[in-house]
Design a protein around this ligand. Structure first.
Ligand SMILES: Nc1ncnc2c1ncn2[C@@H]1O[C@H](COP(=O)(O)OP(=O)(O)OP(=O)(O)O)[C@@H](O)[C@H]1O
Length: 249
């Protein structure tokens, strides 16, 4: 994989995710936990994709595989057609840096940095030029142009999640991976965050949201349902895609 250079701008172009015959097993003492098995998944559209499943079904493990944060026990993970299971750590680092961005349930902002500095950090990590301008531009885009100098503790939960989304957008990476991004938020704020994520998919990103909340899956373009580490269904939401106004939880 010598074509994979750490600073290659080509790496950020695609949004294709391929998981082939994937399995992940954890060995703890005498017990082997199968977190994922026989997973075959292909995402090559820019879309709002929801991975739905109950607690322990393997959602976070799946996200970690796609985000190259962990390696599978069996099978293949490819991003933009590049087989990451055969790549060196350095090559994985390069691809991760230019392809995926993460959004977490608990926001994971740096408490000692302002909103703008948190977002600028994302742009810096991705090696983008003019990161101060980028930070202000994306904070404007998520509706926080008037909060740039606020620290996380001076922001509401929803605003903190917007900063986290802005930090992910500041990387300009094509795939956004969000683990229960509305889990800490009240219903109304959660819906606003979903709308913001939907807009990113409409603007050309692949947005993959992991949740146990079936209601959220109603507004997805595609729902991948996990049960005990298996993909049990994959397609548009039952009854068609709903509008966020029709959600209740
Ligand atoms: N590092 C680990 N070591 C051992 N077992 C693990 C590890 N990580 C996850 N597991 C197990 O793998 C299974 C899947 O875990 P995972 O966190 O992916 O599920 P999840 O669907 O994201 O759950 P939740 O919604 O509760 O976060 C669970 O049975 C869990 O106990």
């Amino acid at each position: 994989m010598s074509h994979l250079r750490s600073s290659s701008p080509d790496l950020s172009l695609g949004t294709r995710i391929d998981l082939d015959d994937l399995a992940k097993r954890y060995v703890v003492g005498d017990t082997t936990v199968t977190a994922l098995s026989d997973v075959n998944l292909h995402v090559d559209e820019t879309a709002f994709v929801v991975v739905l499943g109950p607690s322990g079904s393997g959602k976070t493990t799946l996200l970690n595989m796609i985000g190259l944060l962990d390696v599978p026990t069996e099978g293949r993970v490819a991003l933009n057609g590049l087989d990451m299971t055969r790549a060196s750590r350095r090559e994985q680092f390069a691809l991760r840096r230019h392809t995926v961005s993460f959004i977490f349930q608990t926001f994971n902002l740096f408490p000692g940095l302002t909103a703008a500095e948190n977002v600028q950090f994302g742009a810096d990590v991705a090696g983008r030029p003019r990161t101060t301008e980028v930070a202000h531009e994306v904070l404007d885009r998520v509706g926080l142009g008037d909060r740039v100098d606020h620290f996380p503790h001076q922001l509401s939960g929803g605003e903190q999640q917007r900063v986290a989304i802005a930090r992910a957008l500041a990387t300009d990476n094509p795939i956004l991976l969000a683990d229960e991004p509305t889990g800490e938020l009240d219903f109304r704020t959660g819906v606003q965050i979903l709308e913001l994520l939907q807009r990113q998919a409409e603007a050309g990103k692949t947005v993959l949201v992991v949740t146990h909340n079936r209601e959220i899956s109603r507004v997805a373009d595609r729902v991948i349902e996990l049960s005990s580490g298996h993909v049990v269904s994959d397609g548009p939401p039952h009854g068609g895609k709903s509008r966020t106004e029709d959600l209740h939880w």
